[in-house]
Design a binder for this molecule. Structure first.
Ligand SMILES: [Zn+2]
Length: 117
């Protein structure tokens, strides 16, 4: 869906500009540009918004993959989406190898990868 939105956005911008060129070119009258400007500008902005949304979806996908990778590394118990930061800090311990703060129930350090058993 993300790539589709990006391509649809780029196509919308290109088609709007192409249509504007053809209309102004075939009429041979510069004032025609004045009349078609409202929908040309609207279409270009719409296309840019579509492409930007598609690009944002790509970023969200990358964030989701990173979170899922983290959950897989630290175990499903480390995923508590409703926890506040203070309760999270209460469940922290230090890594045996690098002393980084990690989840108390983590089997592997998320910084250096050392086993915590
Ligand atoms: Zn470590």
């Amino acid at each position: 869906m993300d790539k589709f939105l990006e391509i649809a956005g780029i196509l919308t911008v290109l088609l709007a500009l192409l249509a504007a060129l053809i209309i102004v070119g075939s009429s041979g009258n510069a004032t025609t540009l004045l009349f078609i400007l409202p929908w040309v500008v609207t279409s270009v902005i719409g296309g840019v918004v579509l492409a930007a949304f598609g690009s944002m979806l790509t970023q969200l996908k990358a964030i989701r993959i990173a979170v899922e990778t983290q959950v897989l590394r630290n175990g499903a118990a480390s995923y508590r989406p409703n926890e506040t930061s203070s309760t999270l800090l209460a469940h922290m311990k230090k890594c045996r190898e690098c002393a980084s703060p990690i989840r108390a129930d983590a089997n592997v350090c998320s910084y250096c990868g050392a086993k915590q058993t």
